[in-house]
Design a protein around this ligand. Sequence first.
Ligand SMILES: Cc1ncc(COP(=O)(O)O)c(C=O)c1O
Length: 456
Amino acid sequence: MGSSYCWLSLLLLSSAILNIYFVSNSYIEGKGKVKVKVGWSEEAAAKAEEVASINCSNHGRAYLDGVISEEDGKPVCECNTCYGGSDCSLLSPNCAANADSGDPLFLEPFWMQHAASSGVVVAGWHRMSYVFPDSTYISQQLETHIRLIHRLTRNALTHGKRIIFGGGSTQLLNAALYALSANLSSPASVVAAVPFYPLYKQQADFFQNNNYKFQGDAWLMRNSNSNVIEFVTSPNNPDGNLREPVCKGPSARPIYDHAYYWPHFSAIPSPSDEDIMIFTMSKLTGHAGSRLGWAFVKDEEIYTKMQMYITVAEMGISREAQVRALQLMKTILHGDGKDLFNYAFEKMSDRWGKVRQIFSKSKRFSIQEIPPLYCNFFERVRGASPGYAWVKCEREEDIDCSGVLLAANIIGREGSRFNSDDRHVRLSLLKSNDDFNLLINRLHKLVDQEQAVSSF
Ligand SMILES: Cc1ncc(COP(=O)(O)O)c(C=O)c1O
């Protein structure tokens, strides 16, 4: 009895000593559940937490690299559109709902819910070299995780294809154009089916050379036997429809822009298995600011040329962007890997449902139809959830549809920017909750007014 009493006291004492030791030092779980002492990262983590805790009323954020307030020396709140005041709590009542850009902030709340698993601490000496140890510009771990995400979502067959990273998909679109147009017997016509994403024309005109010329609508070159390079945007920006190439002749070469080929925005009827497929983190995770895109390329020669383009342009993509992307991909793949996709689909589908419902009451405006389709990822037929509403003004006199919306305090993007007509206007559904809520509010008013007038 006496000796067991003695053992018990010893156990209690050692447990108390251990507790004091762990409480007085900060420890985190390392790999394999080994506790790792938090040392140099403690200060960085504390700064990150301090900035994250600045109150911006959920209508804005403060960032580590934001403008510093003269009052308290802390970064100031950067408020969402139409919100102001030092804590972003003031809504300007007459401010226009801005549905112009494709800024994918709809995913911000997901990452706030996953703050712990998605954050990274970047050491002062993190990958200072121009290259990785295998002399490439690419994190092999990131490549592996990207391939895993495609396997999970079943949106692309990546086996046997090489990968290239670019400064957003923006850079890769031009790298692909460069590679496909080099060494042709005659200059290529660059086309895309109307309505198309304006950057294709912008880049081709800006980086003009003797190898290609932008010629506009793909339908005009459909029967051409000359060299054609077609940007095939699937799903399409602005109308969200899945697309096939229009030009199919022996001298036609497609570049598949799959920026939106994720369960967020579209059913995935089958995996894409094309020669050049371009994806972007901007529309997968919503981190447009990290500027990271990737291309899968089947042909060795095209791959080498695209790689050369990236090397000459900027010697690979920022290592900080890559380590951050890796952490985000790991977070996505955690568990069964479906959380982000369920979240993104439900949110986009809800937004689309609201917009459709409003426009269904209108005779003055119509929006695109996207049929329900079987989705390989969800393994069921699912409805549409596009990133944009492609609105048409139906009244004969409304030839400037963006003007009509602007009069109702809504900023959209004119149809002519997509090589279409100004009877159309694109409304972005990808932006923050604040932007979307304001847009819905204004659309309701606009359509209610129409109904009130027609009931007289
Ligand atoms: C169809 C399409 N392709 C490419 C891009 C460019 O994306 P990134 O941010 O990767 O440069 C966008 C951006 O909105 C887009 O809509």
